[in-house]
Write a protein that binds this ligand. Structure first.
Ligand code: ADP
Ligand code: ZN
Ligand code: ZN
Length: 712
């Protein structure tokens, strides 16, 4: 007997092949079974999506099934992927305009693609025996030491989470104990339901170790050594496979991971936590450009799992969706839970703005700020100075002829890195040794213009060379950014040095502003945050406010330390616009005021969350070719049904127009109705694919659709 099975495989993007390929097999395979199937001359991993035994598959004539290629092997030692998981994948593919196979296969651990059925069976057997051994290691119920009694705010939040089923927005103050709430929610779930699983998502890998240690300490005693697993791109392929298998089989009760973890196969998923839900890294920026936060909310509803989004500076989308009912407005469909008080931490830092208009021209660090940092060094406290630009200087320039360190391949300058004396393009990676003289006129006097973290570190070293620490030793300045942390383990050791008190002044990019629980930092300074105030990207102020609030949250986290030092925590902001309402709200630590003002502006301008957007982007050898594709696409959309509810803006070059010799253009599409936008995109997709092969598609290297884009 031959059965037809329709299999999702990873076909090339926008290829003429459909979403599902058909094969035959001598037995009916349940949906969700992993199979290896021939594709061209290779054999690839696939997921059975439909089979002939199902009512929804068109029954083929028996002759048709015979003409199909047989599947290579069924990996049926592994339980099939569940219906909830398959629905999530299908939804993500539809919503983000990608192929089913691409989403399905990229949601699986890479190593699964290379294993034969025999190898997989062997691995499963080994896991089973390891688990049996681990089970006997559980030491019985934990004695509860180290678990704090909940504060009234934490208690109320938990009670609300237990009582309702809607998505929750946990709106907290930095250091208010939201992680403790997550831990308790997970603990109660695991105790109540002997099979239930929880998914806890965090934005960045570098925040995971601290959190992972905390979860392991809390749960491994009661639930076994394998109860907590991680899932993120910093793991090796075998580690990822092991975590994935543990989640899929249900032995892992808690999965901690970054955005990719939203696709983890978890058959008994009952709770999803999205920590720092506003963080831009939840949005995937290449391939399928999904938002893991938005998918988490969808998945929670589909699987009946509670969803808790947490942040001190929620995204305006989540803030708006959690608005309380008022007058005729029934309110949003999320429930907002507030935890405004800090636990165990001192008062929020005093925010000081320095008016840079009153400083001598070209001042980098104002005298008052230098004094404040100097005093802290002398008292043995730590300061953190951040600047969102790495390298020594963003440009190298010749004073004689005006030459600048442009990248020959991009419409951008190459950054001067003094440490290895290179000019490096941060867009295409093109790097060269710094020229001895001006390449245009031979002038020997070429100079760095502007300032990055490397130069700031050097500058601070010079300024504080004469200042000593309480024990008489010399000041220690350290830098943490993408350059300093390139080597494996570098970030961990650098963070450890800060925690150990081996650093007096920490310089860095936004990497240091997020999440870290430094205990001895009493001063945080933003050197030059003005760029985002007047950016053409409408989300720039939202991101800046959140970054500054998060940074402020790094100061004065330990009330006992502050009291012992008799110190107050401070956040310093150097700006040319001290009267800006964003800084006024920041001074009062008033996210609510900032959010309401921003929302009013967005509403007036008809921007998200009051409208829904997508970008159509085209890359080509010339800007004309890229725009020609977009203009033709625009023409094709004119006659599509429902198009009158969607605004299509003219094609424009990207802010950085050329990268690696490729010209880039985009077109914004917007609608007050998400459904109308989705309808247009779905009908447009086949026309866009066809366009590639028409004259207007000539010269287009790639095109893509970005739904709910983050920056435009
Ligand atoms: P957040 O995630 O908001 O920064 P955490 O849960 O990490 O908050 O809590 C911040 C600090 O306060 C941690 O050191 C934590 O152990 C402590 N903490 C949290 N909740 C309580 C509580 N109810 N009682 C005492 N300490 C607490
Ligand atoms: Zn010159
Ligand atoms: Zn470049």
């Amino acid at each position: 007997m031959n059965w037809r099975v329709d299999v999702a495989v990873h076909t090339p993007a926008h290829s003429a092949l459909g979403d599902l390929l058909s094969y035959r097999h001598d037995a009916a395979l349940p949906k969700g079974t992993l199979v290896r199937v021939p594709l061209g001359r290779r054999e690839v991993l696939g997921v059975v999506w439909r089979s002939e035994a199902d009512a929804d598959a068109a029954a083929p004539a028996s002759g048709e099934a015979l003409a199909l290629k047989p599947i290579g092997a069924a990996l049926d030692t592994l339980a099939p992927l569940g219906e909830g998981w398959r629905d999530l994948v299908a939804f993500a593919a539809r919503y983000y305009q990608r192929s089913l196979g691409e989403i399905a296969l990229s949601a699986l651990p890479p190593q699964l693609r290379d294993l034969t059925g025999v190898q997989l069976a062997r691995r499963l057997k080994r896991r089973a025996s390891l688990e049996a051994a681990a089970d006997t290691e559980t030491t019985g119920p934990a004695d509860g030491t180290g678990i704090p009694a909940l504060t009234p705010e934490q208690h109320t939040a938990m009670a609300e989470i237990n009582a309702a089923t809607v998505p929750f927005l946990l709106f907290v103050s930095t250091g208010s104990g939201k992680t403790e709430v997550y831990l308790r929610c997970v603990a109660e779930l695991l105790e109540r339901d002997p099979t239930a699983q929880a998914l806890v998502m965090v934005p960045e890998i570098n925040l995971t170790p601290q959190l992972e240690a905390r979860f392991r300490a809390r749960f491994e005693t009661d639930f076994g050594a394998g109860a907590v697993v991680s899932l993120h791109s910093g793991m090796t392929n075998p580690q990822r496979l092991a975590s994935w298998l543990a989640a899929h089989s249900g032995t892992a009760r808690i999965v901690l991971g970054t955005r990719m973890a939203v696709f983890a196969s978890m058959p008994a998923l009952r709770l999803i936590v999205v920590d720092e839900e506003h963080d831009p890294s939840y949005k995937q920026q290449e391939g399928a450009r999904y938002s893991a936060r938005d998918l988490a909310v969808w998945r929670g509803r589909r699987e009946g799992a509670k969803v808790v989004l947490g942040s001190a500076t929620p995204s305006l989308e989540s803030w708006y969706r959690s608005r309380p009912a008022e007058g005729a407005d029934p309110g949003g469909n999320y429930l907002r839970l507030a935890m405004p008080s800090r636990v165990g931490a001192g008062a929020l830092p005093t925010v000081r703005t320095v008016d840079m208009n009153l400083q001598p021209a070209r001042t980098v660090l104002s005298g008052a700020l230098l004094d404040a940092i100097g005093q802290r060094i002398a008292r043995g406290e730590q300061s953190m100075v951040f600047l969102n630009r790495r390298g020594y200087a963003p440009v190298l320039a010749c004073g004689d002829c005006g030459w600048k360190s442009e990248c020959p391949h991009c419409s951008a300058f190459r950054v001067f890195h003094k440490i290895d004396r290179t000019l490096r393009c941060h867009h295409c990676g093109f790097a060269e040794r710094v020229p001895r003289a001006c390449p245009a006129c031979g002038n020997l006097d070429i100079a760095p213009v502007g300032r990055g973290t490397e130069r700031l570190e050097e500058h601070l070293g010079e300024l504080f060379a004469g200042v000593t620490r309480p024990d008489g030793s010399v000041v220690r300045i350290a830098r943490i950014d993408a350059d300093s942390t390139r080597a494996q383990g570098a970030l961990q050791s650098q963070l450890a040095a800060v925690h150990a008190g081996d650093v007096d002044v920490l310089v860095g990019t936004q990497m240091i502003a997020k999440g870290h629980d430094f205990r001895r930092i009493t001063l945080v300074a933003a050197i030059n945050p003005d760029g985002a105030l007047f950016s053409s990207d409408f989300r720039a102020p939202e991101r800046l406010f959140s970054l500054l609030m998060q940074s402020a949250g790094r100061a004065g986290r330990d009330a006992a330390y502050l009291a012992a030092q008799d110190a107050t925590a401070e956040m310093w902001i150097q700006t040319h616009h001290p009267q800006h309402p964003l800084f006024a709200a920041l001074r009062r630590h008033d996210y609510t005021a900032f959010a309401e003002q921003e929302l009013a502006d967005r509403r007036a301008a008809g921007m998200p969350p009051f409208a829904f957007q997508a970008l159509l982007r085209a890359d080509a050898r010339t800007q004309e070719a890229a725009q020609a594709f977009l203009n033709a696409a625009d023409q094709r959309a004119v006659s599509l049904p429902g198009t009158e509810r969607v605004t299509r803006y003219p094609a424009v070059p990207l802010a950085i127009q050329r990268v690696a010799n490729v010209e880039r253009a985009q077109m914004l599409i917007e609608s007050p109705s998400r459904a109308a936008l989705q309808q247009l995109l779905a009908q447009w997709q086949p026309l866009l694919q066809a366009l590639r092969r028409e004259p207007e598609g000539k010269g287009v290297i790639r095109w893509l659709v970005d739904v709910d884009p983050h920056s435009i």
